[in-house]
Design a protein around this ligand. Structure first.
Ligand SMILES: Nc1ncnc2c1ncn2[C@@H]1O[C@H](COP(=O)(O)OP(=O)(O)OP(=O)(O)O)[C@@H](O)[C@H]1O
Length: 373
């Protein structure tokens, strides 16, 4: 039979750091386990002082150790990592790999990166991104969202994220909302300040979000793009040449114009457009009838035009109806797919999420580093 200390250590291995998602034992956070008969005192070193998750970690350690046979009481003492320990942690998390590389652009990266793009603002791109991210997390996928929309940062709020990212050494720990890791340009600017992002500054900021943020091993990274064509599109195409694009449009936008803009970016950046999502496509009347206030066929037309222009199949992945629950979910920080999963809008969003989830995580069908030149 194992000793009390061994059993306590095994219990501590089940406690994960809430931000990093790895066992605290593996991260070097358990500094000491003192035994006085069955009374246990565990000293945990937090990554930074004033860590907002101290209570959660204390609670998790207590709950895990309390259950160990032979333990009569548990006390948790908190300490803070030394500079050397933080450096060591950063190296461990980066896997000793190249320091300043974009992990998703590395050869062999299995993370699928999708840029959620639109020709114009206000078509619901951010709402779609937040809901798709939540839908993917719901299916058990490891998901991150990078909010690169420099004109409006609605993603953190839509995913219920209210905390700021923590910094450990040069590593930025993304806050997590509904299981989704979130980083937004808005987290690094004064509240509501209109920032005029110039090209080089923008490039550096986006690079930092991809390189210095600890994303961990993601299945999918969604990037909420600013509408239209511009510096963000160019920068991201350089940093993430294998990223793919999902185009969000509404039926009333001139389909030809939407397709032309999206197609031009795809041709210039050589990034593949993998599908079109039509938002605000229809509304259900109290009578049960379907009403299409903005006309119909826009999404199909965009998909068909892109298919013809780009020379490969660009499918229409879904038509999301108008649903006030989308706006309410965004305001409350609980995406519609999580709180009204059976509504028509949620069903479409969940089915697009399923389509993304079912695409292989591997390299199949993707452009490899060799032909990125
Ligand atoms: N299907 C829908 N039904 C009802 N309201 C919607 C729907 N989709 C989005 N909305 C609402 O439309 C508004 C614009 O949506 P959102 O912010 O997601 O668009 P966006 O394209 O990201 O805009 P921007 O680029 O300006 O940030 C929001 O108030 C949102 O709640």
């Amino acid at each position: 039979m194992s000793s009390l200390r061994e059993r306590i250590n095994a219990a501590l291995e089940t406690v994960h750091d809430p931000e990093i998602g790895r066992p605290i034992t593996e991260l070097g956070m358990v500094r000491d386990v003192a035994l006085d008969g069955g009374a246990v005192t565990v000293t945990v070193a937090l990554t930074v002082s004033g860590c907002p998750l101290r209570e959660k970690i204390t609670g998790d350690v207590t709950a895990a150790v309390e259950q160990v046979e032979g333990v009569s009481s548990v006390a948790v003492e908190l300490d803070v990592m030394t500079d050397e320990q933080r450096t060591d942690l950063r190296k461990r998390l980066k896997g000793g790999g190249e320091e300043r590389a974009v992990p998703f652009a590395a050869r062999g990266s299995l993370t699928r990166v999708y840029c959620i793009a639109s020709a114009k603002g206000g078509v619901g791109k951010s709402s779609v991104t937040a809901n798709l991210a939540a839908a993917l997390a719901l299916r058990g996928l490891a998901v991150g969202v990078l909010d690169a929309d420099i004109y409006g940062h609605s993603i953190p709020r839509a995913l219920g994220v209210r905390t700021m990212p923590m910094q450990v050494e040069q590593m930025i720990m993304p806050p997590i909302g509904h299981g989704v890791k979130v980083i937004s340009m808005g987290m690094f600017t004064e509240e509501n300040a209109a920032v005029l992002w110039r090209g080089p500054m923008l490039h550096r900021a986006l690079e930092q979000f991809l390189v210095d943020v600890y994303w961990g091993d993601l299945d999918v990274l969604l990037i909420d793009m600013p509408p239209g064509t511009g510096d963000v599109q160019i920068t991201l195409a350089q940093l993430l040449p294998a990223a793919e694009t999902l185009v969000v449009t509404t039926p009333h936008l001139a389909a030809a114009e939407v397709a032309e803009r999206a197609g031009t970016v795809a041709l210039q950046t050589k990034q593949r457009i993998v599908g079109v999502i039509e938002n605000m496509a229809w509304a259900e009347l109290p009578t049960g009838d379907v009403w299409e206030p903005f006309g119909s066929g826009g999404g199909t037309q965009v998909a068909e035009t892109l298919t013809a222009t780009l020379g490969y199949e660009v499918p229409l992945l879904g038509r999301i109806p108008i649903d006030p629950g989308i706006g309410a979910g965004g305001d409350e920080g609980v995406p519609l797919v999580l709180n009204r999963g059976s509504s028509s809008a949620a069903s479409v969003l969940l089915s697009v999420g399923a389509w993304i989830a079912d695409r292989p995580r591997g390299l199949a069908g993707r452009r490899l580093a060799l032909d990125m030149a």
